[in-house]
Design a protein. Structure first.
Lengths: 243, 120
């Protein structure tokens, strides 16, 4: 095989959705292995690892994000039905949810106001630009909601999605430590807190590390936080006088 | 067939959710409304069909993988993040920690109070 043929092959493959789809799946599988080899530490979360690997790879082969996304969108699309599927663990644990309904709603509102207030306050204090500020504001809700809200208040949707992801991985790293220091032991409380502060990442973490009850509450928190934030955030931003 | 049936149910709920979200101009995304629709439907039916559980729990098991494509999108914003690096890093870490601590504490407190009332 001569060099020219290889070159043409690459041109064909890099323009084809197949390659980036395969890359994403392989990167994730490798990341899960690495994470397991490192003792399952959330500091090296499979998502953080595979995202860094893929970014490195894209820079290396000089592929732009739009081309990559043409293949990866098939995975991205499944976020929609997966969000709908969160209704299943919620239904399974409906009795526990009903018992705790008022405390959960109160905690949810307090959590959202804390998250948005401390984010806007700190970032403004440190001199972040307005578009960064408005993309940071919805960082604790699940990415499809955060992107919609960011667009509505004048932030950058795709930057918001990235910041949501960073929030999620940071949340999973600091949460076990905070729970230990503050002696928060109830799996339902741990799950709900994770879902509220770290959205889908927290939910996945709760399912994998704490158990099905924590996962169900985490999914509930994620949905509830998303719903409430979509209504509360535009009001808070207007109150704070930005945007 | 069960996998197809289950997936169709999930997509149908999402579709209804998108219709309501777009049609009424709601600020809430379609999949979240879809989740509420499915939850109400399950409460009415009174059980989770096997096919739905198969498709739904399969998706939820790999939930983290589904965030990867959006995460790679950070590549398009290196410059903006570089400009505001410290405000972004400090805000993300501190604000996430404060939110976790405050919510966890509050909920644990409310939960203990409730348990004590039940025991009495």
């Amino acid at each position: 095989m001569n060099i020219a043929a290889l070159d043409q092959l690459w041109v064909y493959l890099s323009g084809n959705p197949l390659l980036s789809l395969l890359m994403t799946l392989v990167a994730f599988a490798v990341a899960v292995r690495i994470n397991r080899a490192l003792g399952g530490s959330s500091l090296f979360h499979p998502v953080t690892l595979s995202v860094s690997m893929l970014i490195g790879l894209l820079l290396l082969v000089d592929m732009d994000y739009a081309t990559y996304f043409e293949g990866a969108q098939f995975i991205h699309f499944l976020l929609g039905p997966a969000t709908v599927a969160l209704a299943i663990p919620l239904y399974d644990h409906r009795d526990k949810v009903r018992q705790l309904l008022w405390p959960l709603l109160l905690a949810c509102v307090v959590g959202i106001v804390t998250a948005v207030g401390s984010t806007l306050g700190l970032a403004a204090l440190m001199g972040a630009r307005p578009e960064t500020l408005l993309s940071l504001a919805p960082r604790s809700v699940t990415s499809p909601i955060a992107m919609g809200v960011a667009e509505q208040i004048g932030g950058i949707p795709s930057l918001a999605a990235g910041l949501v992801l960073l929030t999620g991985s940071i949340g999973c790293v600091v949460a076990p430590w905070i729970f230990r220091v503050l002696r928060v032991q109830d799996p339902a409380v741990q799950g709900f807190t994770l879902g509220l502060a770290a959205h889908g990442f927290g939910t996945a973490h709760a399912f994998a590390r704490i158990g099905a009850v924590a996962g169900a509450f985490s999914g509930l928190a994620m949905g509830l936080t998303g719903l409430l934030t979509a209504f509360i955030l535009p009001l808070l931003v207007r109150l704070a006088g930005i945007g | 067939m069960p996998l197809i049936m289950g997936m169709s149910m999930l997509l149908a709920c999402q579709f209804l959710g998108e219709l309501m979200s777009r049609g009424w101009g709601l600020p809430v995304p379609g999949p979240v409304i879809g989740m509420v629709i499915l939850l109400v439907a399950l409460l009415v039916i009174g059980n989770v069909p096997g096919s739905l559980r198969l498709a739904g729990e399969g998706l939820l098991r790999y939930l983290t993988l589904l965030f990867v494509p959006a995460g790679v999108g950070l590549i398009a914003h290196f410059e903006l993040i570089g400009n505001d690096l410290w405000p972004i890093v400090v805000t993300l870490v501190v604000s996430t920690a404060v939110t976790l601590a405050l919510t966890g504490r509050l909920l644990e407190h409310l939960n203990r109070g409730r348990k004590r009332r039940v025991e009495r």
